[in-house]
Write a protein that binds this ligand. Structure first.
Ligand SMILES: Nc1ncnc2c1ncn2[C@@H]1O[C@H](COP(=O)(O)OP(=O)(O)OP(=O)(O)O)[C@@H](O)[C@H]1O
Length: 807
């Protein structure tokens, strides 16, 4: 009996304790305290500002004894916060820390918002820096105003500041105190201001940047954009954005070559060279100079050097980036378009148009790697649609395939006729990897695809795309295109920064990358093959990527950041604690080569996880590139299309296919062998895709695989298929031994997240999922809400303990 009473007493004590605890950790208390701090902060602000304005007038009153001040209502002060305000101003500002006391107002207000669950800044950090700044400013002001009061009453450093300043200068002298203050200010900025170091580096980099010297001359040119006048010395050089335009007079056979020099781009002129392989050709009255543009390259470029060394790369600190020598220089020279070809094409275009009574005032040709763009300016009054309709007639008269009319060319006020060159140029991967644009790119996931019609290297940042759909009939360059994308990434990214998920139902296309498994590939824990070829495994992998995405979102939320870049920035600045589950997040690029096979076999089971990744994964650094030979509407469904804003089309069989992929005709008129169109939003660009052959890819993979790698491939979270996971253990008599602890964690954090349980207890996803189901069955959390955390149904630990006792 006595024992029972004792137990009852102790359980009622525990009850009071829990009730008190849950009151002080409960929302009501937080909101009330928050309100109190906020109002007090505002009051203090009014008191301080009034003190600065009216302190002079109130000063004499503050000498009266405090008891008298309280008792005698006739004693009035001008401070808008009354006598208390005047007193607080005197205590905080004059006797305390001077004007830096305003930081107390700041701290009160951010503390209030923190309690209301709307963190303006991280409180502990703000607190630390405020305290440091309070001391710094008060000492500085104490030193500056030592010996006199502003306005006869104000002590800007406060008594504490004055005391510390006096003490410091007695120890190290006024000069020493000044140095101490300057050094400490530097440290405050160093630790307090994000990105201060990169800014500093950039600043010193700018000061130290050597002046560039034009090759072969002694001329020194400042490397600042827009500074160089187009004088004789630079008119000989041309950068990669410059192009040679051939301007024709439509009525004569004369050919006038014009060099268009981009003055704004002149800074790169000094490093680039135009090889003036000039040839004068006499053809009757025609005199013509043919010039070849050589795009600037830097064969000595070692991508390894351009990488900023930062923490995650230290895992494999000896990793050497592939060198440019692993790539071949597929010799085909530059665009070999003869003058005869240019003139004959021009004549045929003009004649065909004349035949249909279309007069033109100007015609201009721009020679690209595989096609030449003839731009025409029609005479006034000619309808554009009329020219557009002549596509087939012009193709017939030129006896060439792949003619495309762009009417009008956006932003140029001309009509473009793209005519394939008789001898197309192969754009080697080597030439574009060594291009200045790629080398100097600061994009997070830079991808060089090839060259535009004006011989510019075309570079995209995959993080901005953010997912790409690639289509093209068989043999038109799709696989080469995918290899070009992967190669670009491998040349710029360290294994710690990038992971590739390779899905290849055709089993042959991506198999050559299996050797870089331990460096760049990601797979499911129980997968043997790093390249996923089996449909069932593809389903699991895509679902697992969804889980990875959800886990990454949880981490981003915990870190109060919006995207992977900010998250990794914070992580590398050591502002996120790995013990709390934070980790460096590599970008994940998912590559699917033959998407049609997957959709035909598994339909929605494939389409839905892909669509979900495509909709949500951009912010967490997961990007997808999916390729198909069969761009029909049952493969590229509306859902897929809506979520893949960037689409690449190699030559396709029909106009319908072109419409399916690009929403417009055009891809059916391409000439194959890497000739492609890339649509990004409303803009469309024709490119010659870079060519990278299988032996080159092999060499790159060998180079990477020969180096020290991680012990395994990057492991994606374990995913249990519905068939296996259907019989989840929700029998509460058979609870997991971590059930009680997991319940406490969930209630304490008020967050029903499986990945949180997984992290806290270092258990696999399956077990964490099972515990979550048991928590649901016990009524502790609500049902699953997809990617969102589940609702927690118990508000405090006291109710939880009661429930656990009753189970
Ligand atoms: N960018 C390019 N430059 C020059 N030639 C190219 C280019 N791309 C592809 N080719 C040529 O076309 C051939 C077929 O290319 P690729 O293997 O990429 O086609 P595909 O579209 O992937 O075909 P499939 O769908 O059957 O795999 C290559 O072997 C090469 O000879």
């Amino acid at each position: 009996m006595a024992k029972k009473t004792k137990t009852q007493k102790s359980s009622s004590k525990a009850g009071i304790f829990f009730r008190l605890k849950s009151f002080f950790t409960g929302d009501k208390f937080k909101y009330t305290l928050g309100l109190f701090l906020f109002v007090f902060g505002l009051y203090l602000l009014v008191a301080f500002v009034s003190f600065l304005i009216y302190g002079h007038a109130d000063h004499s009153k503050l000498d009266i004894s405090w008891r008298e001040l309280i008792r005698n209502a006739d004693i009035k002060v001008q401070n808008k916060a009354g006598k208390t305000g005047a007193f607080l101003g005197e205590m905080f500002i004059n006797r305390g820390f001077g004007i830096s006391s305003f930081f107390f107002v700041y701290l009160l207000i951010i503390a209030a918002f923190d309690l209301w669950g709307r963190s303006l800044v991280k409180f502990s950090r703000a607190m630390l820096f405020s305290v440091v700044l309070i001391f710094w400013i008060s000492i500085f002001s104490g030193l500056l105003f030592s010996g006199f009061n502003v306005n006869g009453f104000l002590n800007p450093g406060g008594e504490n500041g004055l005391f510390l300043a006096n003490w410091l200068s007695s120890m190290v002298g006024n000069i020493g105190t000044f140095f101490v203050l300057v050094c400490s200010l530097f440290l405050i900025i160093l630790f307090g201001v994000e990105n201060f170091i990169p800014w500093l580096k950039q600043f010193f980099g700018r000061i130290n940047k050597p002046k560039a010297v034009i090759a072969g001359t002694n001329e020194v040119v400042d490397d600042t954009p827009g500074q160089v006048e187009p004088d004789d010395s630079i008119s000989k050089v041309i950068n990669e954005n410059d192009l040679i335009e051939t301007i024709f007079d439509p009525d004569s056979d004369d050919l006038e070559i014009e060099e268009r020099l981009d003055v704004s781009g002149a800074r790169s002129h000094v490093e680039s060279q135009l090889s003036n392989a000039s040839a004068n050709v006499d053809e009757g009255e025609l005199e013509m100079t043919v010039e070849k543009i050589e795009e600037e390259t830097d064969e000595d470029f070692d991508p390894g050097e351009s990488q900023e060394a930062y923490d995650p790369t230290l895992d494999l600190s000896t990793y050497k980036f592939p060198s440019i020598d692993l790539l071949d220089d597929h010799p085909s020279g530059n665009a070999e378009v003869s003058n005869e070809e240019l003139i004959s094409n021009k004549n045929k275009i003009v004649e065909t148009l004349r035949h249909y009574k279309i007069e033109i005032t100007k015609i201009r040709a721009t020679i690209g790697p595989t096609i030449t763009l003839y731009e025409i300016v029609p005479a006034p009054g000619i309808r554009i649609a009329k020219i557009k309709n002549l596509e087939d007639d012009i193709a017939l008269s030129l006896a060439a395939l792949g003619i495309r009319i762009i009417a009008p060319i956006p932003g140029r006020g001309t009509i473009g006729i793209e005519v394939p060159n008789q001898q197309p140029e192969v754009v080697s991967m080597r030439s574009i990897i060594s291009s200045k644009k790629f080398q100097e790119s600061t994009a997070d996931l830079p991808v060089v695809l090839g060259k535009t019609i004006s011989n510019e290297t075309f570079l995209i940042d995959l993080t901005k795309m953010p997912h790409i759909l690639v289509a093209g009939a068989t043999g038109q360059g799709k696989s080469v295109g995918l290899n070009a994308i992967i190669t670009s990434l491998l040349y710029k990214k360290h294994p710690s920064q990038l992971k590739l998920v390779m899905i290849d139902p055709k089993k042959v296309e991506l198999s050559l990358y299996s050797t870089i498994e331990r460096h760049f590939l990601a797979k499911l824990p129980d997968d043997e093959e790093p390249i996923i070829t089996d449909i069932q495994k593809v389903k699991y992998t895509l679902n697992s990527l969804n889980l990875e995405m959800d886990m990454r979102y949880d981490l981003l939320k915990k870190a109060h950041v919006r995207n992977i870049k900010e998250y990794n920035g914070k992580f590398t600045a050591r502002r996120l604690n790995p013990e709390k589950g934070h980790r460096y997040l590599p970008y994940i690029v998912v590559i699917i080569d033959e998407f049609a096979d997957l959709i035909m076999t598994a339909g929605k089971e494939i389409e839905l996880p892909i669509a979900r990744i495509a909709q949500l994964a951009r912010a967490v650094g997961i990007h997808m590139i999916i390729a198909t030979q069969r761009p029909s509407i049952n493969i590229i469904t509306g859902v897929i299309k809506a979520n893949f804003p960037t689409r690449i089309a190699f030559k396709v069989a029909s106009m319908i296919d072109s419409r399916t992929i690009l929403d417009t005709p055009g891809a059916n008129q391409l000439i194959g062998k890497g000739d492609m169109l890339i649509a990004m939003g409303s803009s469309m660009t024709r490119l010659q895709c870079a060519f990278v052959d299988t032996p080159e890819v092999d060499r790159i993979c060998e180079h990477i695989a020969g180096q020290q790698g991680y012990p395994t491939a990057f492991m994606l979270p374990e995913y249990v298929g519905e068939s296996e996971g259907g019989a989840l253990d929700t029998d509460l008599n058979n609870r997991d031994e971590l059930f009680d602890d997991a319940a406490r964690v969930v209630v304490m954090n008020q967050m029903g997240s499986t990945s949180m349980i997984q992290r806290k207890f270092s258990i696999g996803y399956n077990r964490a999922g099972r515990i979550m189901d048991q928590l649901e069955a016990a009524g502790i959390v609500g049902p699953s809400e997809g990617s969102k955390a589940r609702q927690v149904l118990l508000q405090d630990e006291y109710s939880l303990e009661q429930l656990l006792n009753s189970l």
